[in-house]
Structure formats: C-alpha cells, structure tokens
Design a protein around this ligand. Structure first.
Ligand SMILES: Cc1cc2nc3c(=O)[nH]c(=O)nc-3n(C[C@H](O)[C@H](O)[C@H](O)COP(=O)(O)OP(=O)(O)OC[C@H]3O[C@@H](n4cnc5c(N)ncnc54)[C@H](O)[C@@H]3O)c2cc1C
Length: 296
C-alpha cells in the first residue's frame, strides 16, 4: 500500500557488523528472509517509509572499516561503505575522472552525499541513477563477495532493469573498480533536471580516447532514457575511427538521440527527452574531446 508517512512503522531486526566476515555470515544466515543491506539508507529507508517495503533483517555495513576506503594507486578502487562526499573531495578523482566527479556533485544536497554510497546508487538500479552512466562509460566493475568466494562483474552487466540486478541474496558489493585512465582520453558528464540536485530528466556520461585527430574508442551512456542506463552503441560505432570535427559530432548526437528508447513520465515527455539527448550528446562530446586534448 502507498503511504506518504515519514515514520518507520514496521519492526525489523537490525545488525551492525564490524567486519566483512561477520556481514557475510549474517547475509548467508538470513538469505531466505526479507534481508537488506543498509549503506547510506537514502534509498532504502525512503522506500521503507513511503512504499511500505517489508524488511525483516537489516545489515548495516557502514561500520565496517575494511569497506571504507579510496585507493588511487593504479586503477581507482572505492569501498562500499565510502560516502559520496569523501569521493568528491579527492583531487585525483576530480582531475582524472571528471565524469564521475561531476555525476556525484550533481546528486542531491551534501547532507545526502555525506550518507549515500556508490554501490547503493548502483544496487538501487534506478534508470536515473547519476553515478551509473559515468561508471559504465569508464568500464567500471564491481566486486561481489559471498561466503563462497568473489566475482568481478561490469556495472553495465550488473543492472538488468528498473530496480533489478544480478546480485544474489547472500552477496554483497564490496568495492567499485574503475580502470586506470589512459593518456589522451577525456570524459564528461551532464544532467538535465527540473532544479539542481533533482532526479535527472536525462543524465549522460561520455568517455573517449583520442589518437591524433581520430577517436580511437568511446562509450556514450545515457540515463533516464530506457529501463536501465543505455549505451548508444550505434553512435559509438559511428564515432570510432573517424576524424572528429563539428559535423561528425552533430551526426553522432543525432544517431544517439535516434537510438534511445525514452518514455513519457512525470519528469518529461519522450519527445522532449529525444531532442534533449541530441543537444546534450553534442555538448558533452565536445567537452570530452577537448579534455582529451582534441581540437575542433
Ligand atoms: C533527497 C534525496 C535526493 C536524492 N537525489 C539523487 C540524485 O540527484 N541522483 C541520484 O542518483 N540519486 C539520488 N537520490 C537517491 C540516493 O541518494 C542514491 O541512490 C544513493 O547513492 C543511494 O546510496 P545509499 O548508500 O544511501 O543506498 P541505500 O539506501 O543504503 O541502499 C540502496 C539499495 O542498495 C542496496 N545496497 C546498498 N549497498 C549495497 C552493497 N554494498 N551491496 C549490496 N547491496 C547494497 C540496499 O540493500 C538497497 O536495496 C536521492 C535521495 C534522496 C533521499
């Protein structure tokens, strides 16, 4: 039943393990019950309050020190209990992964970012999640762990639909792994929402690698235009291997807006989203190309 009360009326059992091992034991023990991981709680608790989501066991992972880290030594590794606001404060992330930095900065107010985590955004699997397009654009992976072992999976393959992922009941995302940024690559994020820090009408991340005047490789990822973040693969194919100039960018943007599958909803019409996607891809692609050292 839908209710707009802001009171948590249901009873549940609450655990705050101090180690990963303890958390995995609990997940295994309660795998056949309504059990949920609690990270920042900025999605989960809202759903429990407003959608009356029934939960029997909550496992809070925020007190597990081994899940709270940012490692920038080679590839970027970020632990599952790390608040978004800690990520946005790392200079190297702002400089090397601007699409991720910009995606995080576009989210909510700082009070929410002080609580919220990246795996929370990913596991919530909203088509509008703002960290998801940048992560897919960078080719990011997740480490999934259970008592039996661990598995590395692309963020792109992890989310399967609205609120749907491949995670198993006894599994936990322990970290996000983002590949090292190669020389001559550039990236950018953009988002259109009703007001700043609102949920996206469309969000977009582009990563590309430049070889002289041509685009060697790229990923163009749009949110809020399909049941999950959408890779505009026809537009990507059209861009790769070609000399990049203004005319090409306009054509790539048109292709991307033609291949997305937006719907009408409370935030926008499909028609508006189609037109908006074209403009956003054009602008964001120019920025990513510029950041890769390319000239137009
Ligand atoms: C006022 C407000 C504004 C917001 N604005 C935005 C916005 O602009 N853009 C945006 O994208 N989102 C926004 N959100 C949504 C939310 O803040 C983000 O999705 C956030 O990243 C969720 O992270 P969390 O740690 O709070 O997740 P939680 O609520 O703790 O968890 C979300 C889901 O993920 C699961 N989960 C969490 N961590 C793990 C893990 N390590 N392993 C397995 N499962 C896990 C939980 O069980 C739950 O199902 C907003 C929310 C609020 C309340």
């Amino acid at each position: 039943m839908h209710s707009n009360t802001k009171i948590l009326t249901q009873e549940f059992e609450y655990f705050a393990p101090k180690t990963l091992e303890e958390a995995l034991d609990l997940l295994y023990k309660y795998r056949n019950k309504n059990t949920k991981i609690l990270a920042g709680g900025t999605d989960l608790l809202v759903k429990m309050k407003t959608l009356n989501l029934k939960i029997d066991y909550i496992i809070n992972i925020k007190d597990i020190p081994e899940l709270n880290f940012i490692n920038t030594d080679r590839e970027l590794k970020i632990g599952a209990a790390t608040p978004l606001s800690n990520i946005e404060r790392v200079k190297k992330i702002k400089e090397k992964y601007p699409a991720l930095y910009e995606g995080i900065k576009s989210m909510a107010a700082i009070a929410i970012r002080n609580m919220a985590t990246m795996p929370g955004n990913i596991c919530n699997a909203s088509p509008a999640g703002d960290t998801i397009p940048p992560l897919i654009a960078y080719g990011a992976e997740l480490k999934l762990v259970n008592k039996g072992g661990e598995l590395i999976v692309l963020v792109e393959d992890f989310i399967t639909g609205v609120g749907e992922t491949i995670i198993k009941k006894d599994e936990l995302v322990t970290q996000v792994i983002i590949p090292e940024i190669t020389k001559n690559s550039g990236s950018a994020f953009s988002k259109k929402s009703r007001v700043k820090a609102d949920i996206a009408k469309i969000n977009l991340a582009i990563w590309l690698e430049r070889e002289g005047k041509t685009c060697k490789d790229c990923r163009i990822v749009l949110g809020s235009v399909f049941i999950k973040a959408f890779r505009a693969k026809k537009a990507e194919e059209f861009l790769i291997g070609r000399v990049v100039n203004n005319d090409l960018i306009i054509k790539v943007a048109e292709k991307a807006s033609e291949e997305i599958k937006p719907i009408d909803d409370v935030r926008s019409t499909a028609e508006y989203r189609t037109e908006l996607a074209r403009v956003m891809v054009e602008d964001t692609l120019k920025l990513a190309w510029d950041r890769a050292g390319g000239e137009l």
